[in-house]
Write a protein that binds this ligand. Sequence first.
Ligand code: ADP
Length: 447
Amino acid sequence: MFNRVLIANRGEIALRIIRACKELGVETVCVYSEADAGAPYLRHADRSVCIGPPPASESYLQIPRLISAAEITGADAIHPGYGFLAENAHFAEVCRDCKIEFIGPSPEAMALLGDKISCKRMARKAKVPVFPGSDGEIEDEEEALEIGKEIGYPVIVKAAAGGGGRGMRIVRSDADLMKAVKSAKQEAEAAFGNGSVYVEKFLEHARHVEVQCIGDKHGNAIHLYERDCSVQRRHQKLIEEAPAPGIDPKKREDLCKSASRLIKNAQYAGAATVEFLMDEKQNFYLLEVNTRVQVEHPITEMITGVDIVKTGIKVAAGETLAYRQRDIKVNGHAFECRINAEDWAKGFIPSAGLIERYVAPGGLGVRMDTHIEAGYRVPPTYDSMIAKLIVHAEDRPSAMKRAERALRELIVEPINTTTGLHIELMNNAAFQKGGVDIHFLERLLAK
Ligand code: ADP
């Protein structure tokens, strides 16, 4: 096991990693920017190191500063959390060169699965369903038109290096396709320094269903079943649940096994999420692989009892997975509500500032993953998510009741949060029925 882990992140996930390390008897070093100086979660780390001014580009994304901080403090591993450098293969490589263990996959596995074209190729080989479309990069507009004819409109043009929805175009005609390929290439080149784009079938009504997987360095890989994250706004998830409601048991089996097969074939060590879109007939198609721990990992922990963060650290240290697939059983139902510092009634405008009063919900089956407390000032510089309220109960209806009960206990004042919207959603008939699609929330908000 490691002696000391440096956490290259902030906020709730930094605290989540500190907690895992403490339980493993591993010391922690937490880095922070000037905007996070004095943040309450830092006191739980054994040491903390300032790495620069507030903008992430000058602090949390500064590879040389992170490596120096690790070297000065004698850290033998770095945990990237999610966001920032978590999916940066170059960072993973620099860590390796500096003999610091990167807690995550090898740079090779990360690059292979992180590039959407090579990931899709790998998926085809592993017999994981992918959307019909181009086999690889689209070289010119003629090639795109041929594909358009072959698979039929609508299609979507996507960037191999894509992220955050950039370099993506939905297209419904030949004429638009010609324009879209060109502009998507330009946008991808500017955003990622990689102008490769590809074309695939666009699914109008889809659910977002993803599978949590974990592999070790000895060739073992398992899945921890699926989550449904269809409640989204602008591709940002707001509520996640596990398991996905209403999925046919045979489909679930196929889905989850496909995901773990892909991870195993990629010789992947660490936590990964294989994301799929699912149509009305529950056919599923690979969307992308996230090569890191995800925001919504706690709901899977609640239904399986597996500590994903601790397991990720153990496999990075070279341990063999302590679970076989047959050891993983699903128990009950869990929801996660993302509590963002935003005024959702006014177009989700950010609402940073001082928290004067904070009351956490409690009771059976309630978990708050958060770094906030009374007296904490939410900086305006970073992501607006300030807490994750996670509930677990014996079945979906009970979990919804529990979520609403806990949301009503939660007090964060005087800043605005998304709590009220979550209460409305827990009372929404369509959401209660289960199986809403990825446009559900935007349709609701447009009313
Ligand atoms: P990014 O990495 O930029 O977030 P993704 O591949 O995850 O890109 O896709 C982002 C979103 O775009 C998806 O969540 C989905 O809403 C939509 N999308 C992507 N591909 C398709 C597709 N083939 N059909 C329908 N929607 C799609």
